[in-house]
Write a protein that binds this ligand. Sequence first.
Ligand code: DOR
Ligand code: ZN
Length: 344
Amino acid sequence: MEHLVNTHEIVLTSPLDMHIHFREGAMLRVVAPLSAEAFAGGVIMPNLTPPVDGLDRLLQYRTEIDEAIAGAIFAPYMTLFFRAYDEVELRAARPHIIGVKLYPAGVTTNSEAGVQRIRDAEPTLAIMEELGIPLLVHGETSGFVLDREREFLSIYARLAQRFPRLTIVMEHITTRDAVALLDEYPNLYATITLHHLQLTLDDVAGGLLQPHLFCKPIAKRPEDRDALLRAALAPHPRVMFGSDSAPHPVSAKEAAGCAAGVFTAPVALPLLAEMFEQHDALDRLQTFVSDNARRIYGVTPPEKKVLLWREPWQVPARYGDVTPYYAGRTVAWQLAQRQSRAGP
Ligand code: DOR
Ligand code: ZN
């Protein structure tokens, strides 16, 4: 893949964010342009209220996204919220989706309509395997919070065995054990977020509680973060960048019951550049943020060169009423496009 790296700038070719929450309405209009500025495409999560679980609703949502990003070079790769779809529904949806996202019921934001028992999902998974539709999974049980992902790994293993031709993406993995599972089954893949490459539980709750770093799955132990970092920097051929950028209004984050989600879309590429540079791996960023996803999903994103400059950039305190990751802090890299803009 053609790309350029030197000490002052990087040109990424069609970077992709393979896990994003765009929301709807006013929030969508604030956050979607920020992703569309930095990325050439991304996988749009369906956990709206009510969930995106039918083709009509999905096409309507797609239109709303297209309006919000008007003029930007950005491919929204749409997903359906998992339910017991039949073959007719999935055949009709297939040209419009990149996959189906499965949430166990109740494990995260707007997942109440999720799956109660994974076994009940199997007839639909068999059809998806037949039709070549990838399965994206929020892999957490409802057990003790630090063990939820690890407890889910046996479910991933069972699904990978039962449906060997189904592409299964373990979304936003947070543990060393999940990284290790990738090497057990050839049809398992994973997305890794920016924040899970940087944070441990100590950053979230070790001092004053940090609501803007609270997300599901919660950040884990240093050795987990380090295993994720090794997988991203290599990069492991079956991992992709997926920010899980999940905006919530300040009022929902700085509240007695804090909503889960870290809003990273506007800072993702600058911080990834900074991190890959610190690890002497800038020449591998293209593979992590684009090439692996293209190969894994077989997508051809729109051609888009994204230029990053090595020039300090102070992250805005707010985008609309959302506090971004790294708010007010300085990052060593910035998107070149931002230079010409007065503010967010
Ligand atoms: O922290 C999270 N926020 N994790 C999820 O799985 C969902 C997301 C959201 O939609 O806010
Ligand atoms: Zn998510």
